[in-house]
Design a protein around this ligand. Structure first.
Ligand SMILES: Nc1nc2c(ncn2[C@@H]2O[C@H](COP(=O)(O)OP(=O)(O)O)[C@@H](O)[C@H]2O)c(=O)[nH]1
Ligand SMILES: [Mg+2]
Length: 349
C-alpha cells in the first residue's frame, strides 16, 4: 500500500539536545594530531577539528529533518489539506525555512572560524576562537528553538495520517451510523478492509480494496465523518471532512428505511442533501439498504422521497451490492480513466 507523504518524518531534536549532541560528541572525539608539531600547531588542528565537527553534526541533523519533509507544494491536495488542519502548512513552511537559515548560518561560522583558527598565534587564542564559534552556533540554535519544538510536535501528528493512495479510483461510503456501511464495504472488498487513523475521529477510516478490470480500486468507510449533520461540526472538523473531496471520485450514500439504525428516514435524507451540497461535482449513488426489513408500501414511500434512481440492497446478504459498485465505477469521471490510461501508456514508453 502506498505510504502517506509524512510517514518518513524522522525524530526532531530540540535545541538543548542538538547543542548537547554537537558539543558533547565533539569533545569526546579523538583528534589525530601529529606528535611532532608545536603545541600551537596542535591546538590549531584540534580547534579547527572541533569547530568543523560540531558545526557539521548540527548541519547534518537539521538537513535530515528538512529532507525527510515532503515538498509541501507537491503533496497531494488531500494530504495538504489534512496537514493544514492539523498543524498549518504556513507554520510548517516557516519553521522549515528557519531551519534552512540555521544551516546557512552555521555553515558560514564553520567556514569563517576554521579559516581564522589557522592564523591565531597562541593555543589559548585557538581555544577562545573555538569557544566563540560554539557560542555563535548555540545562539543560532536557540533562535530556532520554537521551530524545532513545533516541527517535533507537527511530525508526531502528521505521521499518524492515514495511508490512503489518493491516485487510485476511490469510492467513499457515507450515511448515518448503523445503516450498513461497514457491512457494505466488507461485501465489496476482496481482502479484509484496513483500519487507518484519521484526524478528528477516534473511529478511524476503513479502507477496503477491490481489483477491477481497469485497475485497483479502494472503498472508504468514514465512521464519525460523513454520518451526522455537518452543522454539528466545528470548523476544524469540517475541514477534515472537506479534505475527503480530494479523495472521493464517487460517493455511495447508504440509507436504512427500516430505521433500525436509530435515525428517521427524513433525517437521513437531510444528511444526504447536506453531503451532496458539500461535495458538489462528485457523483453520488443512492442506496436503500435493509430492504429485507421493510414492506412494499414503505419501500415505495421512501423511494418516492429519495427521488430519481436508487438502488435497493440487502448488504447483509450481499444482495444488490455488486450492482451499486458497478454503477459507482461507471460514474467515476471519464477524465480519470483517460488520465490513468495516459499514465500507463507513458510508463510503457
Ligand atoms: N436486516 C439487515 N440488517 C443489516 C443489513 N445491512 C446491515 N445490517 C445490520 O445493521 C447493523 C449495522 O451495520 P453496520 O454495517 O455496522 O453499519 P454502519 O454503522 O453504517 O457501518 C449491523 O447489525 C448489520 O448486521 C441488511 O441489509 N439487512
Ligand atoms: Mg461501521
Amino acid at each position: 500500500m502506498a505510504k502517506q507523504p509524512f510517514s518518513n518524518l524522522g525524530t526532531v531534536l530540540l535545541a538543548d539536545e542538538l547543542i548537547d549532541l554537537a558539543f558533547r560528541r565533539t569533545s569526546k572525539a579523538v583528534v589525530a594530531v601529529p606528535s611532532k608539531r608545536s603545541p600551537r600547531a596542535k591546538a590549531r588542528i584540534r580547534e579547527e577539528f572541533r569547530i568543523k565537527n560540531a558545526g557539521h553534526t548540527i548541519i547534518v541533523k537539521l538537513k535530515t529533518i528538512i529532507k525527510k519533509f515532503p515538498r509541501l507544494d507537491e503533496v497531494h491536495p488531500f494530504y495538504y489539506e489534512l496537514a493544514d488542519v492539523l498543524v498549518g502548512v504556513g507554520n510548517l513552511k516557516k519553521s522549515l525555512a528557519a531551519l534552512k537559515w540555521a544551516v546557512k548560518m552555521i555553515n558560514g561560522f564553520v567556514k569563517k572560524n576554521s579559516r581564522a583558527v589557522k592564523r591565531v598565534m597562541t593555543s589559548i587564542g585557538a581555544a577562545n576562537l573555538r569557544r566563540k564559534a560554539y557560542g555563535r552556533m548555540a545562539s543560532v540554535i536557540f533562535q530556532i528553538e520554537k521551530d524545532l519544538e513545533f516541527l517535533k510536535e507537527a511530525g508526531a501528528k502528521l505521521r499518524k495520517l492515514p495511508s490512503i493512495d489518493p491516485s487510485i479510483r476511490t469510492v467513499v461510503v457515507a450515511g448515518y451510523a448503523n445503516v450498513g456501511k461497514s457491512t457494505f464495504v466488507k461485501q465489496i472488498s476482496t481482502a479484509k478492509p484496513e483500519i487507518n487513523s484519521y484526524p478528528f475521529t477516534t473511529k478511524g477510516v476503513v479502507v477496503g480494496h477491490k481489483k477491477t478490470e481497469l485497475d485497483h480500486c479502494q472503498i472508504i468507510d468514514t465512521p464519525g465523518l460523513l454520518d451526522r449533520p455537518l452543522k454539528e461540526r466545528n470548523p476544524i472538523e469540517l475541514q477534515a471532512i472537506i479534505a475527503l473531496k480530494h479523495l472521493a471520485h464517487v460517493i455511495i450514500f447508504i440509507t436504512d428505511p427500516s430505521e433500525t439504525c436509530g435515525y428517521s428516514f427524513k433525517r437521513q435524507l437531510s444528511l444526504f442533501r447536506e453531503i451532496s451540497k458539500m461535495f458538489v461535482g462528485i457523483p453520488l449513488v443512492k442506496v436503500i439498504n435493509k430492504i429485507d426489513l421493510v414492506d412494499q408500501a414503505s419501500l415505495r414511500r421512501v423511494k418516492r422521497d429519495f427521488t430519481n434512481h436508487v438502488y435497493e440492497v440487502v448488504a447483509k446478504e450481499g444482495k444488490g451490492v455488486q450492482e451499486v459498485f458497478e454503477e459507482a465505477l461507471g460514474l467515476i469521471d471519464v477524465n480519470y480513466k483517460n488520465l490513468r490510461k495516459n499514465r500507463l501508456l507513458s510508463q510503457d514508453l
